[in-house]
Design a protein. Structure first.
Ligand SMILES: NC(=O)c1ccc[n+]([C@@H]2O[C@H](COP(=O)([O-])OP(=O)(O)OC[C@H]3O[C@@H](n4cnc5c(N)ncnc54)[C@H](OP(=O)(O)O)[C@@H]3O)[C@@H](O)[C@H]2O)c1
Length: 370
């Protein structure tokens, strides 16, 4: 596996085929439930979770959280929180019933087997947050039925760039073995973006744009990329709960509809800044070992094994009700959030080119083309 594939998987974007795994394939939407529901969120205090918590409460439902009490302690002081570890520590969930469970913290197949086995008889819906990293290939237009990545040793529990996707595929399979198909929803997001994103992968581009000047942009303005807005994901997840949507869904913006050139335009628009964009070639990117790295986040080379990485199909989810807001709105919302962060956090970008590195690359790029 190349470093580029590893980075792409590590970025959290991306088994045997789902059909073979016995996973549900067909949407089965029921009646909207008008009564308030009790919803259990396994996790809830990272990035996706808080948006889901707020959307659940906004709909008049009740939320219980289950986590170890390590991440963002005190974020939801008014919610019932059951403290426990998914690794052999589910006792606090025993003997309880919830109308729906949203599983955001399942990375290890054994953990997902344990939670689904325990909760199967005690819930009407189990939503498992998976990832598009489950797909075996990123150079094709992936549908929910496309082949999934596999791992030779299924007992491995260490999460790395290489094991993340195959293990998430196995987690899906374990969930499918325990939960009836008409109660199970599997959502496969691509890069999740918006307020609260601790990875800074999408955020880097508008935040860097705001500084102005000469700025490196990878590949070409026509290169397609794909994201999902965190609030659109939360809304779709809660729709799956509210109207009993079963099946497997890629959670992405429309395939091949959004490009790096669009991202540049959006970044300039939301920051009211114009940059002098230096579009560096893929050849130059490979020469400088930048391909698929967090230094050029979200973007992947079009010539290599990730050629199709901006083309996951989101049609099944959209047919089931997923709404994608304009990416410009995502950029605007995340900037507003970014400006509320501490000075220390804002000085600590988790992705993108550090200023000196970027300046050096711009000089080298100009020298190459002189
Ligand atoms: N970010 C992306 O771009 C992206 C893309 C595709 C898919 N995903 C999927 O999104 C999910 C993660 O989203 P998130 O982290 O933002 O979710 P989240 O629900 O906001 O946060 C993760 C939660 O899991 C809890 N947790 C972690 N390990 C635990 C354990 N062993 N036992 C009990 N609780 C545990 C954490 O709390 P404690 O630490 O206090 O236990 C935290 O509350 C994953 O399933 C990932 O595969 C993300």
């Amino acid at each position: 596996m190349t470093s580029s594939r590893r980075e792409f998987i590590k970025a959290g974007v991306l088994g045997s085929a789902a059909v073979a795994a016995g996973l549900p394939q067909v949407a089965a939407a029921g009646e909207k439930k008008n009564k308030p529901l009790n919803v259990l969120i396994l996790g809830g205090t990272g990035f996706l979770g808080p948006h889901m918590v707020r959307e659940t409460l906004r709909r008049g439902h009740q939320v219980t959280l289950f986590n170890r009490g390590r991440t963002n302690l005190g974020l939801f002081p008014d919610l019932e929180t059951i403290k426990g570890d998914r690794d052999n520590g589910l006792d606090g969930l025993k003997g309880r019933r919830w109308d729906a469970v949203i599983d955001n913290s399942g990375y290890v197949p054994r953990h997902v087997q344990d939670s689904t086995r325990l909760l199967a008889a005690n819930t009407d819906r189990y939503v498992y947050t998976s990832t598009v990293s489950v797909y075996a290939d990123f150079d094709i237009h992936n549908l929910e039925t496309s082949p999934l990545a596999t791992i030779a040793d299924e007992s491995i529990e260490e999460i790395s760039g290489e094991t993340y996707g195959p293990l998430k595929a196995l987690c899906e399979k374990r969930a499918g073995a325990e939960i009836d198909a008409d109660k199970l929803t599997i959502i496969r997001p691509t890069y999740v973006c918006g307020p609260g994103d601790h990875t800074d992968r999408f955020s880097y581009w508008p935040i860097r744009t705001r500084k102005g000047g000469e700025m490196i942009w990878p590949g070409s303005p026509q290169d397609v990329i794909q994201i999902i807005d965190v609030n659109d994901l939360a809304t779709f997840t809660l729709d799956c709960v509210d109207i009993s949507i079963s099946g497997i869904y890629n959670a992405v913006n429309p395939a091949a509809s959004y490009t790096m050139g669009d991202l540049l335009q959006d970044s300039q628009a939301v920051t009211a800044t114009t940059v002098d964009a230096q579009w560096i070639s893929e050849e130059f990117i490979y020469e400088n070992e930048l391909a698929g790295s967090r230094l050029l986040p979200i973007w992947n080379p079009k010539s290599g094994e990730h050629g199709g990485s901006g083309t996951f199909s989101g049609e099944a989810a959209r047919a089931a009700g997923l709404h994608n807001r304009p990416e410009r709105e995502t950029a605007r919302n995340l900037l507003a959030w970014w400006d509320t962060q501490s000075e220390e956090r804002r000085a600590d970008m988790k992705a993108g080119l550090p200023a000196e590195h970027e300046a050096g690359l711009i000089a080298a790029w100009k020298a190459k083309n002189a």
